[in-house]
Design a protein around this ligand. Structure first.
Ligand code: AMP
Ligand code: MG
Length: 345
């Protein structure tokens, strides 16, 4: 290269720069044009859709985060940390799994045990793990309930220990946690606008690229269509409902959210609970917990907290908490729902 003149080198550098610019325009096309890049895939037993206004390669990173989490947390994958812990009664756990366990146990405590990650033996007894549904006898439920008590889970130094017979399941919090991890990765990569729909759990990063809020639809508790929508910026909108997973036996429906007080599917008039807040894992854990609590306890619980808002759909109608007063809209043609605003007093 010594024979090359300075001018010749500059021309080559300018050409390289031009080629690089064209390549970036193609590779990062969605970023340049502020158009959405979307990936849809199946994970954690549900369909996930991720939309990012930014570098397309972040979609693969998001899918990897979910895949890695599923490999560590799945109760049905024999190689997962949680399955090994359930089998052996003790086991080493990675830093991320320990962090999730700490947060989940905190939510169990906060909800007075309405959320209880040690409910797994009951979830399995009803067949929700395998899809081989059955209605267990009362004696079986009573026996299995004796090993349900999140307060007996021991954690420390990268190890978890469960009392004899106890098994845990992160199903009530895992998707919200996964959403938090994905959005953290996006933020670190400079993304300003993204939307996740992890099987109906919606989490938004920022606002839409034009600065307007995202509109997240709230499903009708019949499972068909939507009753309303909430407008949000930079929030999680996470729903627990009896319609999401259930089976019917002898004309009666049995769904997947189990009341730790009875061992059976929650049966308290609550049809769905949508929690809106900053953290996915908190909204996920609380939507399950508030569904278990039933309307009266759930509303009293909300009044004692300041970190979330909620939409309760019960047999009586739709109840929205004060902070959603201007953010919730009923959708046209959604039937005759009564909407009541709940105040902090
Ligand atoms: P979600 O859809 O977030 O409300 O979570 C429901 C899932 O959490 C179920 O499929 C079970 O795996 C698990 N689960 C059911 N009942 C409870 C409960 N009371 N506490 C904790 N997890 C539960
Ligand atoms: Mg949940």
């Amino acid at each position: 290269m010594q024979w090359m003149t300075r001018w010749g080198r500059q021309v080559i550098e300018m050409r390289r720069l031009a080629i690089l610019c064209v390549a970036l325009l193609f590779l990062g096309g969605c970023e340049q044009r502020k158009e959405p890049c979307t990936a849809t895939f199946f994970a954690m037993d549900t369909v996930m859709e991720i939309t990012v206004y930014g570098d397309r390669s972040l979609l693969a990173q998001a899918e990897e985060i979910v895949g890695d989490m599923e490999r560590r947390l799945s109760v049905t994958d024999d190689g997962s940390e949680i399955a090994a812990l359930n089998r052996g009664g003790s086991g080493s756990i990675s830093g991320d799994t320990e962090e999730l366990l700490i947060q989940a146990l905190d939510l169990c405590e906060r909800s007075g045990g309405a959320l209880d990650i040690s409910i797994y033996p009951l979830v399995r007894a009803w067949g929700f793990t395998t899809g081989e549904y059955r209605v267990p006898k009362m004696e079986e439920l009573t026996r299995l309930l004796t090993v349900v008590d999140y307060r007996k889970v021991r954690l420390g130094k990268g190890e978890a220990v469960l009392p004899s017979g106890m098994e845990i399941d992160m199903g009530g919090v895992a998707k919200g946690w996964a959403g938090d991890q994905i959005l953290d990765a996006f933020r670190k990569n400079g993304v300003k606008s993204a939307l996740l729909n992890l099987g109906g759990n919606v989490q938004a990063l920022g606002a839409k690229p034009d600065g307007s809020p995202w509109r997240v639809a709230v499903r009708s508790p019949s499972g068909e269509g939507y009753v309303g929508a909430v407008e949000i910026i930079d929030k999680a909108v996470i729903t627990s409902g009896g319609y999401q997973r259930f089976f019917e036996k002898d004309g009666k429906a049995y769904h997947h959210i189990i009341d730790p007080a009875t061992g059976g599917p929650v049966d308290n008039g609550m049809l769905s609970v949508t929690v809106v807040g900053d953290k996915g894992v908190v909204c996920d854990g609380l939507s399950t917990a508030l569904f278990v609590m039933g309307q009266e306890r759930a509303v009293a619980f909300w009044r004692g907290c300041g970190d979330f808002e909620a939409v309760f759909i019960t047999e009586e109608g739709i109840f929205i908490t004060e902070g959603l007063k201007d953010a919730f809209v009923l959708l046209d043609g959604c039937g005759d729902w009564d909407v009541t605003v709940l105040y902090h007093d």
